[in-house]
Design a protein around this ligand. Structure first.
Ligand code: F6P
Length: 384
């Protein structure tokens, strides 16, 4: 019989975090449990901040389900197994996980609901091995790259924001007869670029899973101008790479995964396109706009379904794992099936084939290849 649980949010924020916090709190309070909120991931535990733990009562979670961000704060620098501890004036990554586990025991916390991406799920699993009581993970990331679930909350909002930006960029691109190159987030997965690119009518979509050739991209752009569609929209994922090259980093390329900052490919590509095609090109980096704002209704519903499912799993069993949506249903997947890698776009997936059917260039095939393929083989049948 559970009496006290805690919630934390780790990694980059994503629209829907507050909706999950509220739904977990209400589901637990309605069962007579006490709910504690841990501020700023595990940092709240590790620094002697008197406000590190807050009581999530009904007043604390009132009116927050539609708000972006997280009332608990978050960090992607708070891994307790590599916590930056100052030694001789320098920050040294240090394993302080024992301090986190003892704080849980001191506070009498019987279970943790951890809202996060693959980094947070990996940490949760390692903390359990060190003696943390039960953990139920809830999959959060705008990148949609978490294994074990068909979808993560925050993704739909990021796609909606990006699609809206593409709509706006169309008119200015057309007015100036320019190529607009739009760099979007997603780390090493192209979900945001792919979904928003199709929804927002992009001419070229470049994703990490399909390395591109600059010539193919430029051919597509030249074809647009030849056909008198005198502008082009290129959506490039921050982790996209040219065939045989590495992704572009702004900082920390060799650092721990979440500390490396991807970026810069949009501007480089715009310069290359301008040089090769002679068409004027501009780049736009959507950046953290994609993480901001109110969650769209899909994310609000998903977040609340996942939060309530987390509480039901705590109430009804003894297992740990991550809540996931699989085939429309909520299930609990073992952490082993989630950690150790990310979920990437399948180059032969229905979404990519849809893009090809629409004539969108992915930077791999020369123009005409797709039409030839259809003429010869009738195209690829939709996947069941
Ligand atoms: O994982 C979410 C994400 O927004 C990525 O798409 C992006 O690469 C990264 O976080 C940016 O992180 P930061 O908040 O450190 O700039």
């Amino acid at each position: 019989m559970i009496r006290r649980i805690a919630i934390n949010t780790g990694g980059g924020d994503a629209p829907g975090l507050n909706a999950v916090i509220r739904s977990v709190a209400l589901g637990a309070l309605n069962r007579g449990w006490e709910v504690l909120g841990i501020r700023r991931g595990y940092e709240g535990f590790l620094e002697n901040d008197p406000e590190a733990i807050i009581n999530l009562d009904r007043d604390r979670v009132r009116g927050i389900f539609h708000l972006g961000g997280t009332i608990l704060g978050t960090t992607n620098r708070g891994d307790p197994f590599m916590y930056p501890v100052v030694q001789d004036g320098k920050k040294v990554p240090t394993d302080v996980s024992d301090r986190v586990v003892s704080r849980f025991h001191e506070l009498g916390i019987e279970a943790l609901v951890a809202l996060g991406g693959d980094g947070s799920m990996t940490i949760a699993r390692k903390l359990m091995a060190q003696g943390l009581p039960r953990v139920i993970g809830v999959p959060k990331t705008i990148d949609n790259d978490l294994r074990g679930t068909n979808v993560t909350f925050g993704f739909a909002t990021a796609v909606a924001t990006t699609t809206d930006a593409l709509d706006k960029l169309h008119s200015t691109a057309q007015a100036h007869r320019r190529v607009m190159v739009v760099e979007v987030m997603g780390r090493h997965a192209g979900w945001i670029a792919l979904h928003a690119g199709i929804a927002g009518g992009a001419d070229v979509i470049l994703i990490p899973e399909i390395p591109y050739h600059l010539d193919r991209v430029c051919e597509k752009i030249e074809e647009r101008y030849l056909r008198r569609s005198d502008f082009a929209i290129v959506v490039v994922s921050e982790g996209a790479k040219e065939l045989g090259a590495d992704a572009m980093y702004k900082a920390g390329k060799d650092a721990f995964k979440e500390h490396a900052v991807l970026g810069g490919i949009g501007e480089r590509l715009a310069r290359q396109i301008e040089e090769k095609t002679g068409q004027e090109a501009r780049s736009v980096v959507l950046g953290h706009l994609q993480r901001g704002g109110s969650p769209v209704s899909f994310d609000r519903l998903l977040a609340q379904r996942m939060g309530c499912a987390a509480v039901r799993y705590l109430a009804s069993g003894t297992e740990s794992g991550m809540v996931a949506q699989v085939g429309g249903e909520m299930v609990l997947v073992p952490f082993d099936q989630v950690v150790g890698g990310t979920r990437e776009v399948e180059p032969g997936s229905d979404e990519v084939e849809t893009g090809r059917d629409l004539g969108i260039c992915f930077g791999d095939e020369p123009i005409g290849t797709f039409l030839n393929r259809v003429a010869v083989h009738g195209g690829k049948a939709p996947t069941s």
